[in-house]
Design a protein around this ligand. Structure first.
Ligand code: 3MF
Ligand code: MG
Ligand code: MG
Length: 406
């Protein structure tokens, strides 16, 4: 039964066409999180629908698909009680061997500071012993990152906030949060020196709501302000990891949020996925909800030579099987990303887009009275809508002659 169904999935996937070879996929800086592939479909209101899988399974499948980079939380691969013990290094060494054996690299490590009960009052809790433990955990992740050859450390302070009023003092909590990051940067400088490696890029990831109701650093803009608040001892080591859906969730234009991070020189890492405005964090795979907006986002990133990772931080839906995660979910997400990336290149090279944009920039002339300025640009401004139409045509392939005959 399930053998026949797998054969059907394979046949229909092949019939879709449009998939890239693993070696082509490996040319892009696409990273696959341990937690995304291992997600079992459990969430608020939901029991798991998939069997647990190990990092061996994930790394081996990413290698087969052509996902060249792997990312992880400390506790995705090391049980909390085992962290900070000798046994931890046995696991880390086994991960390193597994990555080497399959030709993958670890690009990013992150500390889980939201799941375990120790984080009930966040990693910047009132109790000094919790904050000391948090600092140890962050420094430990930095050391694991160096051991695995990572370039990035990400911080998602999802528990930094509150559900009920009155107990949390925001300025104090933010100072405590900064102390944790300062410890991580200092541990990084020390470890990088010992290992003769560059320091990591430390990237802050914001989410406007969930799991807390009120979040102290809810947006990428808030993170940028925090980096330049004066609380960090090494602000030059700290940038951002925006997540497409996290920005969309609060109602932002993700492209504009990315533009602000680019201008600040802080766009170092990018979590890619899709979803809906003002809903919870559904983590749909890239391009399945907002392909036109995604194309426009990638036009921006290509035109600014963004060369950081694209981290596949989505969740295969509960309806997808363990088999489907690696046969359909990950390969199709990667292929949609690559297609959108290549389309963005076509948008940038498109003669119509180019001429329209350059004409707008040259301006319609006119001098003197304000009425003349308006009149001189009136017809030109119709180009805005024409450009939008052209972007849509590029999305659906009409610029390459795709036709619908009626
Ligand atoms: C939550 C997230 C996180 C972060 C991860 C990296 C579990 O919505 O997006 O994924 O990306 O913690 O730091
Ligand atoms: Mg994320
Ligand atoms: Mg998320």
């Amino acid at each position: 039964m399930s053998e026949n169904q797998r054969a059907l999935i394979d046949r229909l996937t092949a019939a879709c066409g449009g998939s890239y070879l693993p070696e082509v996929r490996r040319r892009y800086f696409i990273s696959g999180p341990q937690w995304a592939a291992a997600y079992q479909g459990q969430a608020l209101f939901h029991a798991p629908t998939r069997e647990p899988i190990t990092y061996h399974d994930v790394i081996c499948q990413y290698a087969r698909i052509g996902i060249g980079y792997w990312t992880t939380h400390d506790t995705d691969v090391i049980p909390t009680e085992t962290l900070l013990t000798d046994r931890q290094w046995e696991i880390v060494n086994d991960i390193k061997r597994t990555l080497d054996q399959h030709g993958l690299k670890c690009s990013m490590v992150t500390t889980e500071t939201f799941f375990h009960p120790v984080w009930a009052a966040s990693a910047a809790a009132e109790a000094p012993e919790i904050r000391a433990y948090a600092a140890q955990r962050l420094a430990n992740t930095v050391r694991i990152g160096h051991h695995l050859g990572a370039q990035f450390a990400v911080y998602w302070p999802g528990t930094l906030g509150y559900l009920v009023q009155g107990a949390v003092e925001e300025t104090q909590t933010l100072c405590w949060f900064a102390e944790g990051l300062n410890t991580a940067c200092e541990a990084d400088i020390e470890t990088a020196r010992q290992k003769n490696r560059p320091t990591l890029k430390h990237c802050l990831e914001a989410k406007p709501f969930e799991p807390q109701a009120e979040i102290l650093l809810p947006t990428t803009d808030a993170m940028l302000a925090f980096i330049s608040s004066g609380l960090l001892t090494h602000p030059e080591m700290v940038g951002v990891n925006p997540e497409y859906l996290h920005e969309l969730m609060w109602g932002a234009a993700p492209r504009a949020a990315l533009a602000r991070a680019l201008l600040a020189g802080k766009l170092w890492h990018f979590d890619i996925n899709d979803g809906y405005r003002l809903k919870h964090d559904v983590d749909v795979a890239v391009g399945l909800v907002n392909p036109l907006d995604w194309l426009n986002v990638l036009v921006l990133l290509r035109s600014h030579d963004y060369n950081g990772p694209f981290n596949l931080d989505f969740k295969p839906p509960r309806t997808t099987s363990n088999y489907g995660v690696f046969q359909v979910s990950f390969p199709t997400a990667v292929d949609r990303f690559i297609t959108l990336w290549e389309m963005a290149g076509e948008a940038l090279a498109d003669p119509i887009m180019k001429e329209a944009t350059e004409t707008l920039k040259a301006g319609g002339g006119g001098k003197g009275a304000v009425g003349d300025l308006v009149a001189a640009n009136r017809e030109l401004l119709t180009l805005h809508e024409l450009i939008a139409h052209r972007l849509f045509q590029i999305l659906i392939g009409q610029h390459r002659g795709r036709r619908y005959s009626l």
